[in-house]
Design a protein around this ligand. Structure first.
Ligand SMILES: *Cc1c(COP(=O)(O)O)cnc(C)c1O
Length: 440
């Protein structure tokens, strides 16, 4: 891998506790901007690690927020890394992460990705199919090393309570539970790809601790069965995760104490029976979502057929999840007025908060209760630290990626500068022939 191209972030004093601080941030860095609360990120991870059994290692899924500075904060608070692309891998290695604390996962790894994992000496490649195992073996043989592999299992069982279930169905992810025992001899035949563990990911956005406890019990048992039926060692078991956060009315955050009370005895029991086995948990959303606010400014106020609209400078292109594209029904992320103190007796009425894109889908919040809004007001979409711009169509209408700011210990750092028009156009190409007159 080549040298780093990271820049040192510009910084300024910051305070997220009141309207003055938010107005300062917007003035200094512009809008729309993602603002991450680094103190929250670190504190939340510390709380999670303190609640869970110490044998359970927390791996941060960079997919949920690939910003290097966010990762730096989480890493310094004890997170390990789960990555799924060359850029994510480079991010964590450039940050100085010990390769022994990195796993790489994904159903369609390229030869270049596999080779990069093996070269870097990652703790494990999570293998999603038997043909992939052969490719990992080839790459490791060429480089003359042995590469640890965790077998991702597509479980025969499905969990209720996850918003996106991963088990009990045909999937592109992992190897079917039933297909593993017959493949034992093949799996053991590879000399350079050493299968020595199991990974299972049962779903995402799980808010019921009992579902996660049941999943964990299932995965730990499954890992033992896989080891017994194939004869592989259990250097590690990755129990997945899928810890959810509440976004919508009627949802409640995961009860961390209840989760710990359910999971820790399972971990304790397993660790006692398998003292040398590492236990991994993966988490993205839970580690980042509540720590992020999408900050946008109201550009226009208008009324249409009795409904009040605030048209803001942010929308779908940066925050597809809040807009609800791909969701069955539009539900509102929490939206707040941040630039002015709101008197407790202020009348809150229904507003539609729309973005700047030329599509009716570009609606950030519908019938949301907000005080009387005015042009120039700053709105914050809360709980936006996960699956934000990197999971949105940032090029739609060619507005590009927003700025990202991280606030840590009273200082705001510009951790990604906003795309410029030059950034956006510089990757396109044309040719004089394309405007030449037709020959006949
Ligand atoms: C997306 C993903 C994660 C992270 O999921 P969250 O719900 O954000 O915690 C972890 N593991 C795997 C395999 C994933 O695909």
């Amino acid at each position: 891998m080549n040298g780093a191209t990271w820049h040192e972030a510009q910084s300024a004093p910051a305070d997220l506790s009141g309207p003055d601080g938010w107005r300062d941030l917007a003035e200094r860095f512009g809008t729309p901007t993602y603002v991450y609360d680094g103190d929250w990120l670190a504190g939340n991870l510390h709380a999670l690690r303190a609640a869970l059994h110490p044998a359970l290692e927390v791996f941060f899924s960079l997919k949920s927020n690939p910003n290097r500075a966010v990762y730096d904060v989480l890493r310094s608070a004890g997170a390990r890394a789960e990555v799924s692309s060359l850029a994510e891998l480079r991010t964590v290695l450039d940050a100085g992460t010990d390769p022994a604390d990195v796993v790489f996962l994904g159903p369609g790894k390229s030869a270049a990705e596999i080779e990069a994992c093996v070269r870097a000496g990652l703790y494990a490649v999570v293998c999603e199919s038997l043909p992939e195992l052969a490719l990992i073996d080839d790459a490791a043989a060429r480089l003359g090393v042995r590469q640890r592999v965790l077998l991702r299992i597509n479980p025969a069982y499905s969990v209720a309570g996850s918003r996106l279930t991963m088990g009990g169905k045909p999937r592109q992810f992992g190897i079917d539970e039933a297909a593993v025992p017959p493949a034992g001899a093949l799996i053991r035949s590879y000399r350079h790809a050493v299968a020595a563990g199991v990974q299972v990911y049962m779903g995402t956005r799980i808010l019921d601790h009992e579902v996660i406890v049941k999943n964990t019990a299932y995965v730990l048992r499954l890992a033992e069965h896989v080891a017994e039926s194939t004869g592989i060692a259990l250097d590690a078991v990755d129990i997945g995760g899928g810890l959810g956060v509440a976004y919508f009315d009627g949802e409640h955050d995961l009860d961390l104490d209840a989760l710990a009370a359910g999971i820790n005895p399972l971990v304790e029991d397993f660790a006692r029976r398998h003292p040398g086995t590492r236990l991994l948990m993966e988490s993205g959303r839970y580690l980042t979502a509540p720590g992020g606010t999408y900050l946008m400014r109201v550009r226009y106020i208008k009324e249409s057929m009795g409904d009040r609209f605030a048209v803001a400078d942010g929308g779908t292109h940066h925050h597809m999840a809040a807009v609800g594209i791909g969701s069955f029904v539009k539900r509102n992320f929490p939206v707040e007025l941040l630039s002015r103190p709101v008197p407790p007796d202020a009348e809150a009425g229904p507003w539609t908060v729309a973005g700047p894109l030329c599509t009716p889908n570009d609606t950030v919040a519908k019938a949301v209760r907000l005080p009387d809004l005015a042009v120039g007001d700053l709105l914050g979409v809360r709980r936006s630290g996960a699956y934000g711009p990197s999971a949105s169509p940032a090029y739609f209408l060619s507005h590009g990626y927003p700025a990202e700011v991280l606030v840590r210990r009273g200082t705001a750092y510009l951790v990604r500068r906003r795309d410029t028009v030059d950034d956006l156009l510089s990757r396109q190409a044309t040719h004089p022939d394309l405007t030449a007159p037709a020959l006949h």
